[in-house]
Every structure is written in structure tokens, then in C-alpha cells.
Design a protein around this ligand. Sequence first.
Ligand code: MGD
Ligand code: MGD
Ligand code: MO
Length: 794
Amino acid sequence: MSGPPTAGNPTHICRQECSVAHKKAIRRYSAAAGGWGALRAVGSVLAGQDIAIKGAETLLRVNQPTGFDCPGCAWPDPKHTSSFEFCENGAKAVAWEATDKRCGPDFFAAHTVSELAGWSDYDLELQGRLTHPMRFDAASDRYLPCSWEAAFELVGRRLRELPSPNMAEFYTSGRSSNESAFLYQLFAREFGTNNFPDCSNMCHEATSVGLPESIGVGKGTVLLEDFDSADAIFIFGQNPGTNSPRMMTSLRNAARRGARIVSFNPFRERALERFQAPQNPVEMLTLTSTPISTGLLQVRIGGDLAAIKGLMKAMIEFDDVAIAADQPRVLDADFIAGHTQGFEALAADLRATHWGAIEYQSGLTRADLTEAARVYVEARNAIIVWGMGITQHRRGTQNVQQLANLALLRGNIGRPGAGLCPVRGHSNVQGDRTVGITEKPGAEFLDRLEKRFGFQAPRAYGHDVVTSLEAMLRGEVRAFIGLGGNFAAAVPDWQRTRAALRSLALTVQISTKLNRSHLVHGAEALILPCLGRTEIDVQATGPQSITVEDSMSMVHASMGMNPPASEHLRSEPAIVAGLAQATLGARSKVDWEALVADYDRIRNEIEAVFPIFQAYNARIRVPGGFHLNSTARERIWATASGRANFMVAEGLNEDPFEDHPEVLWLTTMRSHDQYNTTVYSLSDRYRGVFGQRDIVFLNAREIARRGLAPDDRVDLVTASTDGIERVVRGLKIVEYPLPDGCGGAYYPETNPLVPLQSHDPKSHTPSSKAVPVRLIPSRPGPSPQPATAGGAGA
Ligand SMILES: Nc1nc2c(c(=O)[nH]1)N[C@H]1C(S)=C(S)[C@@H](COP(=O)(O)OP(=O)(O)OC[C@H]3O[C@@H](n4cnc5c(=O)[nH]c(N)nc54)[C@H](O)[C@@H]3O)O[C@H]1N2
Ligand SMILES: Nc1nc2c(c(=O)[nH]1)N[C@H]1C(S)=C(S)[C@@H](COP(=O)(O)OP(=O)(O)OC[C@H]3O[C@@H](n4cnc5c(=O)[nH]c(N)nc54)[C@H](O)[C@@H]3O)O[C@H]1N2
Ligand SMILES: [Mo]
């Protein structure tokens, strides 16, 4: 099995078993997104890597009333799914989990942990599904199989030995079900801590923190059917063709109906331009495609605050003209008077902001912004959509609040066809938070928890991702447990944060596949392999279903149908219960065994603690599930004032390095063939990149200005004042039509460049979409140091 780490090999990055030759190429993608290209891509990406799709049957059960919830993204399912809604990237996510490959004790016997640390993230996950609980053995530098009981006992002993429960961190990734997440928070809180770093802290936290101040609730206000009656859809910093492809069905239908779609993105993302529906035979056979965007505004990285202010300033100007001419108002004056406060302060800020500054910061012209504003005000109903291009910034919370302002100015909340639509990432990231994964729990929730279970819940706020890492760096943490995810690769500032993880006494990862977080470990370490979404989960009372909440607050059941990848796997709820019993022992007030025996009982407990889940078990048995009410959707404003608030954000710029002429703003984003830290292949079809990820996108002017040329290799060095050198070496320059001063590269490889302290102070979201970097030509040589994870900071 052993072979050289391949990440450093510039021509072929795969291990020998991989039958796909990753031919490197850069070529413009001129076809529509979706369509035959998408169908073919599933075949070539997956079949080439010996990933057996367990019959079309697995795929046919995705997002069906009786099937399992797609682990791909959080976009909702149409209510009356009668046929399989094809999604290329959903198919990849399902097949990646349903692979026939196994990563068991033989594999771990053949490779030391030090050796595996030199492998790329891609090669690690490619080994297939984990099959046995494994325990790190320092003497042989290997993971050795161990029993579940021994694993639980070790965790229990180490947690009990801690001087304080706050020296343990309980991380969650958003694939976990409501049931496992609820048990997880119950375990940690009975143990005594609110330390819940969560993947959403790096994702939509700016939304969850920003929206409550604006509209009283931290979630979106639209339902899928609102896309059927929207006259305009504005999309900021989100790439639906890749990251939530089923959203393209809604966009395509809206475009065909004449709705106008405007997007703000430094990249001209292909699917935002044209889309061919893979499930539409007519489009497929005639090779036609639907033009999607009415307008695609190439905003500068970090220029959204300025762009949104520009849109609103133009609206105020239209309104002034209307008032002067005695025409109907352009702003929704009745809504503003009846439902909001703070309009005057916002209007004053906008009037005081000069167009010149808006143009400079946004990289867009006044004419373009005014035109986009006209599209917005001509729409009776408009939906505002956003993703990571808005939230992962130093001013992420303020970006989100300006989007809320934009909606409030036209009363675009709480009526059909209108509203706010943050598109979440992981398929249940929203649900995990709803059922109690939060480091800042409210008093009312803790009161209910205590009343229901009879233990004293910790009241002090705990850690999120950034503060947990800071605490590790101060030496205040001893143990880390990860319920899914790949913390070591997902977090910023690898050089420091990996040293912090390595300083821990114990790291425990509950996982389906081998990843970086198993190799960047504490003195003692465990890998606990769990069932995935696609698999049958049998407990004492029979097969169980779990539940998830999508991006539009629809909650529904999901039931796996494949046999487990190994007989040794346990479900996430069973693993959490095992850890809890071993840690809390007889002092626990929770009947863990009874809860795991029948997940209906877990749902009854969720309902008892969270009244919004009333009649939980009955309502998930209705196909399609149920909607968790959003107060803002009903125009009930759960804010301190009882009104929706216009929020003013001072100034326009993002960062102190703004005006250094040689500094480039780097955004770190996903390719079309990856799921976060899971890399399916080295290609990024819609951006025309094949067989490589060690690249940086720059426009022709930025390349020439630096005396460089396409294909040159450069080192990226973060501009910072803290004296720490952050560098990713040997990226190849790819020319791409980006705004001036902007660059793009792939996540997670560029995470070493993001300083831990570079985050939004309000939400602590790392600013991974705007990293100030300098470019330095790489030293010439035959084999540049790879930027892939085996290299920098591994
Ligand atoms: N197939 C697949 N699906 C996924 C994922 C995946 O990795 N693969 N990840 C899941 C997760 S956890 C999440 S959070 C979502 C992420 O989905 P998205 O929110 O789409 O995330 P990204 O691809 O990181 O970047 C989004 C877009 O922001 C643009 N952008 C970058 N910087 C800026 C900026 O400063 N301003 C603006 N306006 N735009 C900018 C980029 O060009 C890109 O088009 O997708 C989820 N779904
Ligand atoms: N620079 C930069 N950094 C970023 C981002 C960015 O855009 N740029 N995006 C951020 C965002 S939006 C997010 S959400 C985070 C993602 O951070 P995470 O959620 O921590 O990372 P993932 O890559 O989604 O986790 C993949 C691992 O999850 C495990 N897994 C898969 N399915 C299951 C399951 O069903 N159960 C369990 N227990 N484990 C499972 C597998 O072992 C797999 O290796 O990264 C963040 N980091
Ligand atoms: Mo995310």
C-alpha cells in the first residue's frame, strides 16, 4: 500500500490506485453550466476513482419523502418531489460517502502518522470509509484498532481529570443531525461547559449575529415558493452553480418567467451567466440554455459594503426625485413608518457618503450601481440572497445588515415573493444551532434544559472557533472533541493553530473519512468512525430516522438505506451517548441508553426544551416535513424595540492595508469539485481549470504590473503587522477577468495565509474572503514546494 506522498509531484497528484490521469490544462469553459457537462462530470470524477455508486438506487432516494437528506448542501427540496432532482454535486457527495473503498486497520498498520502527514488532503480522503475505532500509539507512531469501550473509557477518564470542564472543546460540523447535535450539547452542558466551536462560526455567523439586530431573528425569511413570485433576485457573493446547484432550478424558472436576476461577484461565475437544467430533456437535446443574470456586477473583493450603500444611495436619490415631482414614493414609506426605526440615521449616512468613494471602494461605476438599483426598485417583490462572499469579511456582520437595510427600504420582508435568503452551507448547519449548539446560550433555554433534566447548566459563555483557538494558544485547553468536520484544515492560520492543536492532551474525531484532523493530533488521539446519512441506522427498537433543517427552516426526516460501511460503525447519537455515559457515569441525570434506543425519544426531549418543535414526531411523518416559524416572515420584529432596525455601518473600507499599492486582495474559495476540505478532483470545470489546484487567479493588468506572466509561479505572503510570516509557496498564475487589485485561490490550501486575528469583531467570522497578500516570484526549480496540505504548515 505504501507509496511516496504525491502532493509534491507537479505532474500527477494522485496515488497509484487512482486511474484518472489528472491532465493539467487551463481552457475557457464556454458551454452553459449544468446540462450534459454535469452528467458527464459525475461519471468521470467518480467512476475514475473506483467509487461505486451503489446502483442508481442510492441516488434515486436522495431528497425523496422516504429517502435520505442529501449531505451536499442546505438548499431546500421542492415539496412534491416526484422525480429525482438531479444535482451533480449532490451526486458526488452521496457517492463519496457510499464508496466501496475502506480505510481500516491494515491501512493504518502500513503507514505511520508522520508519513501520512506528508500526504495531500485529497489522497487522505481517497482511502475510503473508516471502519474501526482507532487509537494513536506514540511508540509505533501509528493508529491501532481499539474497542469502543476502551475508547469511551479513555475519553471519560481524561475529561474527568480536567481541572475545569472549560478546558475541553466540543466542535460540531453541520452534517450532524438534530438528534446527535442535541445529545452532544446535552452531554457537554451536563459535563459543565458551553464551549461549542462550530463550523458555522467560519461560515454564516455574520448572518446569525447581524440579522437579529436588524429583524429580530438570525435566519432567512423566504420559502422556496417565494422564488416563484419574485420579480427580482439579487445574489451577493454566492456561487449557486457549484455550491447549491438545486438552487439553479429556482433561478432558471424565475429567469424564464421574466424575473430579473442581478449578481455581485468578483468572478463571472458561469452558472450565474447561463444554465442548462440537467433534468430538462428539451434543453439538453437542443443544447439551449437559459441566460441567468440580467446583470453581473464585478464588485471588488471586500467592496460589497460600498456597493450596497451605492444601491441604497441611488434609491434615496430616486425617492427624492419622486417626492419633488409629486410621484409615488420609491421607498416603501408606509412600511418604514409602520415597522422600522433608524431610517433617518441611515439616510444621513448615505447622503454623506460620496459617489467617488463608493466607486473607488466597490470598483463599480455610479451608472452601473444606479442601473442595478433601478432594477431593484422596479421589482414589486425582491429576494436578496447571499453567501460566503458577504460573510467571510472583517465587516461581515455589517455587510449582512446593509443587505437587511436594502430589503427594509422597500418593505421586502414578510410578503410573498420577497425576503432575505442567506444560503447556508452544510446540510444541517442551521438545525444544529436551533437545537442548542451555541457558545452563548440564552437564559430561557438553559432554564428549560435544567427543568427538563434536573442538572445545573453552565451559565458562563463558552468558546467559538476563534476563541477556542486563542484559548489553546494560551495553553488553557487540554481536550478537543470533533463531531464531524475537519477542524485542522478548515481553520485559519495553520502554522499557529496546528501547533495549538498538537499541544493538546487529547483529540477525538468522530468521522467518516480520514482527514488532516486525525494527523494534527494531541498526545493521545482517537478516531471514532460513524455511520453516514446514506446508511441504515438500527438501534434497539429498530431502524431510525434522523431530522435536519434546511436553509429555509424546513425540518424533515432522513432515513439511510445502504448497509453500513463496516459492522463496527456506530451512529453519531450512539457515540455521543457512549462518551457521555463514560464521562458522567452514574451522576448523569439523562437516560442515554433509552434515548439512543429510539430517536423519537430524543425528539420528544428536543420538543420539551424548544417549544417551536411542538408535535415534532407527528410533523416529521408528513412528507416534506414542517416549517419552523420565522417571526420576521410574519412581520413580527423580535428586537428590543419591537421594530425592524436600519443599521448604520460607518465608512466603506475593510482593512488598514487598503492603500498599499502592491497589496492584492485574495479571496479563498471552493472549486467545483470539492466539498469544503474534501477534494473530489483537482479540476474546477466552470472556471476552466483542470488537473490542478495550486494556482492563483489574477487579471492581466495585475500580472503585467508586477512584471510577471501567466504560468509563472509565485509565493503569496500575507501583509500583516504582527511579525509572523504567513506564506503559501509556488502557486501558478492563471489569468482571469477579475477586478483590479483582486486575486483568488482555493480553500483550504490558502488557509495558512489567514491570520487568526483577522476576523469580524462582532461575529468572529474569519475574513477568509479578503486576505491582503503580496506576490513574490518563486525561486525557479523543477519541483516547486506544493501549496497542497502536505506542504505548508501540515
Ligand atoms: N459542492 C459543494 N457544495 C457546497 C460546499 C462545497 O464546498 N462544495 N460547501 C458548503 C458550505 S459549508 C458552504 S458555506 C456553501 C458555500 O457556498 P458559497 O457561499 O457559494 O461559497 P464560496 O465558493 O466560498 O464563495 C462564494 C462566492 O463568493 C465570491 N466572492 C469572493 N469574494 C467576494 C467578495 O468580496 N464579494 C462578493 N460579492 N463575492 C465574493 C466568489 O467568487 C464565489 O463565487 O456551500 C455549501 N455547498
Ligand atoms: N480559507 C477558508 N476557510 C474556510 C472557508 C473558506 O471559504 N475559506 N469556509 C469555511 C466554511 S463555510 C466551513 S462550513 C468550514 C468547514 O469546516 P468543517 O465542517 O469542519 O469541514 P468539512 O470539510 O466539511 O469536513 C469534512 C469531514 O467531515 C467528515 N464527515 C463527513 N460526513 C460526516 C458525517 O456524516 N458524520 C461525521 N461525524 N463526519 C462526517 C469526514 O471525515 C470529512 O473528512 O470551513 C471554513 N473554512
Ligand atoms: Mo459553510
